[in-house]
Each structure stands twice: as C-alpha cells, then as structure tokens.
Write a protein that binds this ligand. Structure first.
Ligand code: G1P
Ligand code: ZN
Length: 543
C-alpha cells in the first residue's frame, strides 16, 4: 500500500455556494483541483480513524472519474469503509437516506443539481454530515478556509474500483461496498406513504406521467412508480440517466420540462404529471392542464399531511425559505404550529429538523421535503401528492382550488436575470440598499411600502447569524418584492426578483398570476432601476 503525499497549489476559488462547490468540468479537470477540495473537506470534518463515508452522484459527466479519485483519497485519509452507489449513482435524497440509515460519519455528493452536464458544462461536489444534511455554514467556511492554504493532499496508489457490480472490494485497507442506489430509498418511501391506496388509484385508471429528464431519478421512478406501485409501463419518461442529460437542462420547471408540459397541457393529458431535476431533489407537480406553484405545493402538503401515514400525528412545524410565498404560513396558523422563515438553501432547514422544530420544509425553487431525510426530495413530493389524491379522490386542480377558497391565494412569480455582469448585478442590489429610507412609507397606487431590509437570520438552534440574504420590500397588504443574487450559478451573476401578492377572495381576482402581479412587477423594475443598470428589458426565465 503506497500513500502518496502530493504537493498542491492552494486554489482561491473554492468557496462553496448555496449547495456546495460548483464549477465547469474543465475547472474540475485542472491538476489537483478536485483533490485540493476533497482534502480540505477531510481536514475540516476531522473524521475519526475507521469512519464510514457515503459516496455517489447524479451520474453527470466526470462523475465516475471523480469517484475513483475520492475513493483513493478516502483510503489514504484513514476511512475504513465507503458505501458507493452502483455506477457511482446516488440521488441527493437517496444519499441523505443512506447516510442516516447506515449511520455513517457523512457523505460526499457529486452533483451540480439542475445545471446542464457534459464536458463543457457543470460539475459539483458537496459534503453532508452525519444527519444526512448539507454541511452547516461553519463547516462550509472551514472547508473554504482550508482550500486556500493547503499545500498537499494524500492519495493511495491503487487500481480503479469496479463500480458496476454490487459487492465489496478493497482499496488498500479500506473496504468499498457497492450498494443498490435505489433499495434503501424505496423502502423508506414505502414506510412513509400509503402504497396500497396509490396502487388502487393507479389500477382504477388514474394516469400519471413522470419526467426523469434523463437524470438520476430515472431508475428510482421506474422502480417505485412502475415497479412497486404498478403505474403503466412508460409512465416514466426520459428514464435513462445520461451524462449530459440528453443535452437538456435538467430543471423541472415549465420552461425546461417542456416534453412533460406538452403532454400535460395536450389533448389527451394524463391526470397527474411530475418531474425532478439532475440530482433528484427538486420536483414540479402538474395536474391535467394545471400547474401547481412550489409555494402552493408546500402549503397543500402541510394542509393535507395527516392523510399520509408518516404524518398522521400532525406536523411539529413548517419552514420555508424567505422568498417562498407565505401560503404555508396561513396553513401553519390554521394548524396552530410554528412557521420558520429561513435564508435560501436547504442547509438552513437541517438544524430545525434535527431539533424537532419542523417536519415539512420548502422552497419556491421547486424544493419540498420533510424530516425523513435532510435534503429536499423530488420523488417524495410526488408520492405525497399521489397519496393525497388517492385518499381525497379529487383532481389536482380541484384540491388546489379548494385550498385557495379556504386560505386565500398567494399569487407568486419569480423573474430570473441570468448571466449578468457581476458589477451590474451588485449595483442593483447596492442601489436598493441605499434606497431603503426613501422607500419606507412611499405608495405606488394601492401598494404602500411598510418595511425594507436586507434579510438576516439568526438560527434558533445554534444562534449563528447569516446576513445579507436578500433585499425585501414588504407592503402593507402583505404583498412582497424580494431581490436576491443567486449563489449557485457558474457564469456571471444571476439576479432573482420574487413577487408575491395575497388575495383573500379568489372569486374576485384574475386567474393569471402575471396579470395579478403586473403592478408589483412594474414597481420592482422602477425601484431597482434594473433595466438601466443591466441593459436587460426582459428576464431570462419567468416562473
Ligand atoms: C437555487 C434556489 C434555492 C435552492 C438552490 C439549490 O439557489 O434558489 O432555493 O436551494 O438553488 O437547489 P440560488 O441559485 O438562488 O442561490
Ligand atoms: Zn437538485
């Protein structure tokens, strides 16, 4: 066994973003780049000798190469065992599930989530701790600090591990166990939901379509939806994971999941449609010719949670990211349970779930999940919806409309301005911060600005503070405009504008969200000087 200590130049650009380190593949292919970051992880987490690690990724280009390198480094750094998904595959929620179920020290997940894959596209890596959740801010910062000062890393000279057959092999003194990436996760899903009721629903002729977008959830959805639940063969489309996601953008929204949207809004639309992203943690829910916004989806799951076996006893609380609409807050209020508002990024939910303060969490960015794992979970959301539909025996659209009638409707939309020059994007944010005093009390038609701030959050569990998490304009009727810079992009800056208007009486209001939000959109453009400062008169994506 030959452990080599390799000299490395520290890199200055390894600051993890909203969910780990994301860069273009050629950046990761630079000599020592991946190794430097992996060593920074190992040095920061201080795993005891003999610890077990989980390793897997979304199967995108560079996944297999990175897995072999990480296995050799784990062996050189004293791990005694690594559980790796067959073919190097583990969806992000499945990785979280495996870490928790097998009580491992932590795990490394290789993914750039919904970003495109391929030799010139994105790759990513992140560390999850023993609770199965993304590393906390403190650990993340420690990793970044280490990555800037490292002068060497440790790696074992060893042959590559065969990743395609189940079973164990060795890398030096370390055992590598290749596990079925699906079975632990599928068993967990069966323990949470009423599979019998869903099976009966599907047998009764309820038609579903799940778009795996040639990403990691293909095998999970085939096994669970078509295998265990008996959905008609072909219900899962784009089911074969590809290294470049078939050239697509594996993000489940109305723009990128166009194959599915065409089917669900077509003449012979099935009753239920859903899609998930590159690494399987995001979800989009559709009814027949009907789109459920992610913010509404969280509120609906909360309101109907007791229909699923795992949540029969009720919820401890709900958490949503700050830009997510307040639809869930209304449900929390009705259920008399707390609702937490956190900064963007799943890592902020971990402490709340570990402390038993919340059961359900969600983000407007097509992320929903619960304390069954510590990641958002795309297929879980789909099964939860199917469970609710199976029990209520109503269409998705009817369930949502009844919800609005009872709780009111939070009209919601997000405008993304992608690939902006960083200075222009920062300029918009600074201009807004400089305008707070002038804005408070000002009225724009019926909208009166009640408060402006740059959202900051004190974690209720560990008291850590996260500042500058997005500029908020809060209006006196509960409407909101939020401006935030993305932390996941790999090119230039992305400015997100989030718009929300509450309407208590849904009968009285126009149905189209863009119409309902038109005034707020105009106010957002006016106060931010966005068009003049960025030269963009249109967003890249509207959700
Ligand atoms: C985006 C979403 C955020 C989500 C993250 C990871 O981050 O907005 O809600 O947690 O992707 O999926 P952003 O690019 O906005 O920083
Ligand atoms: Zn994802």
């Amino acid at each position: 066994m030959n452990i080599r200590t390799v000299a490395t130049q520290p890199f200055s650009d390894q600051k993890p973003g909203t969910s780990g380190l994301r860069k273009k593949v050629p950046v990761f292919q630079q000599a020592h780049y991946l190794e430097n970051f992996v060593q920074a992880i190992f040095d920061s987490i201080a795993a005891p000798k003999g610890a077990t690690l989980v390793l897997g990724g979304d199967g995108r280009y560079h996944n297999r190469t990175a897995i072999q390198t990480i296995l050799k480094m784990a062996a050189a750094n004293g791990f005694s065992k690594v559980l790796v998904g067959r073919g190097g595959i583990l969806s992000t929620p499945a990785a979280s599930c495996v870490i928790r179920k097998h009580k491992t020290f932590g795990g490394i997940i290789l993914s750039a989530s919904h970003n495109p894959g391929g030799p010139k596209e994105d790759f990513g890596i992140k560390y999850n701790g023993s609770n199965g959740g993304p590393a906390t801010e403190t650990v993340t910062e420690a990793i970044f600090a280490k990555s800037k000062t490292l002068s060497s890393y440790k790696i074992l000279d060893a042959a590559d591990v065969a990743l395609d057959t189940l079973g164990t092999s060795s890398v030096g003194d370390m055992t590598v166990q290749v596990i079925d990436p699906v079975s632990d996760y599928a068993e967990l899903m069966e323990s949470l939901f009423d599979f019998g009721a869903i099976r009966a629903l599907l047998q009764g002729g309820f038609r579903i379509k799940f778009d795996a977008m040639h990403a990691v959830n293909g095998p999970y959805a085939k096994d669970i939806l078509e295998g265990r639940l008996g959905a008609a063969p072909g219900s899962v489309m784009n089911a074969v994971p590809l290294e470049d996601f078939g050239g697509g953008h594996p993000d489940p929204n109305l723009t990128y999941a166009h194959d599915l949207v065409e089917i669900m809004f077509g003449a012979d639309a099935p009753d239920f449609g859903a899609a998930s992203d590159g690494d399987g943690d995001r979800n989009m829910i559709l009814g027949k010719r009907f789109f459920v916004t992610p913010s509404d989806s969280l509120a609906l799951l909360a309101a109907n949670a007791t229909l699923a076996p795992a949540y029969r006893k009720g919820l401890a609380g709900i958490a949503r990211s700050m830009p997510t609409s307040a639809a869930a807050d209304r449900v929390a209020q009705a259920l008399n349970i707390p609702c937490y508002e956190t900064p963007t990024g799943w890592k902020f939910f971990g402490n709340l779930m570990d402390a038993g303060k919340v059961t359900l969490c969600g983000e407007e960015s097509f992320g929903t999940g619960s304390d069954h794992v510590r990641e958002k979970d795309g297929l879980w959301a789909v099964l939860f919806w199917l469970n609710i539909v199976a029990v209520r025996k109503q269409s998705v659209e009817d369930i949502v409309r009844e919800h609005w009638a009872k709780y009111g409707r939070n009209f919601y939309s997000r405008y993304d301005y992608e690939g902006l020059p960083t200075e222009a994007a920062n300029g918009v944010m600074q201009h807004l911060r400089d305008s707070f005093t002038a804005l408070v009390g000002r009225s724009f038609g019926k909208y009166v600005v009640q408060m402006c701030d740059d959202f900051s959050y004190i974690d209720p569990v560990d008291s850590s503070i996260s500042k500058a998490q997005g500029v908020r304009l809060l209006f006196s009727d509960g409407s909101r405009i939020i401006f935030r810079l993305s932390g996941t992009g790999t090119e230039g800056a992305t400015l997100r504008v989030y718009l929300e208007a509450f309407e208590a009486d849904v009968q009285r209001h126009p149905l189209d969200a863009q119409v309902a939000l038109a005034e707020l959109i105009a106010i957002a453009l006016q106060v931010s000087e966005l068009v003049a400062r960025t030269g963009r008169d249109k967003p890249t994506v509207i959700t």
